[in-house]
Design a protein around this ligand. Structure first.
Ligand SMILES: [Ca+2]
Ligand SMILES: [Ca+2]
Length: 196
């Protein structure tokens, strides 16, 4: 299961206005990246459309492209029907993240998806992402390429010029679970933040 799929769990009640704005922008930005056809709702076709792009552009061999589909299908688990709008998406993720039993959330293995993504992007299978390997993700999600290297450097916490599996997953975990409202938090896992 993907962290973002927690929106499908029965959420405790929470008002959208009570959610920190900075965090809302982060999750809204993730929503926008997944909403491939840009119609304001997230559905199964959006997710598969992302997978198709990776295959179509020929930037991945079959084995790695299959990993992309595996990952996207996990994100889609339970999210295909009905299509989800952005506000529902943000509110339900927040409600489940903040209010639900932490142990229950921990059991869901919510970061597995980005472990698979890492394998998909690691073209030479050396267990590290170079900037070029990483840029495939930005291209596939249609993110502004000008900021890819900034995010890459931010994730490379040990400064060895490569992003390890741990560094990659830590960046995702921080992005979705860090409620810090400090605008200086520059983790941009899904590209520049949208305004809400
Ligand atoms: Ca590599
Ligand atoms: Ca590194």
């Amino acid at each position: 299961m993907d962290f973002l799929a927690v929106w499908t769990l029965e959420p405790p009640k929470v008002k959208i206005d009570d959610i920190p704005n900075f965090w809302k922008r982060k999750i809204g930005t993730a929503f926008r990246a997944y909403d491939r056809n840009n119609d304001g709702t997230l559905c199964y076709e959006d997710l598969m459309g992302i997978g198709d792009y990776f295959v179509k552009t020929g930037k991945m061999n079959r084995k790695h492209a299959d990993l992309v589909y595996t990952s996207l299908k996990k994100t889609a688990e339970g999210t295909a029907d009905p299509p989800c709008d952005m506000v529902t998406f943000i509110r339900n993720i927040y409600a489940n993240l903040i209010k639900k039993d932490k142990e229950q959330i921990a059991k869901l293995n919510l970061f597995e998806v980005w472990n698979i993504w890492f394998s998909a992007l690691d073209a030479d299978d050396d267990n590290y992402l170079t900037l070029d390997e990483y840029k495939i993700l930005w291209d596939g999600f249609g993110l502004d390429p000008r900021f890819a290297d900034i995010q890459f450097s931010w994730m490379d916490t040990d400064g060895d010029g490569k992003v390890s599996r741990e560094e990659f997953q830590d960046a995702y975990r921080d992005y979705v679970t860090n409620l810090d409202t400090d605008e200086n938090n520059i983790n941009r896992f899904f590209g520049p933040l949208i305004e809400l």
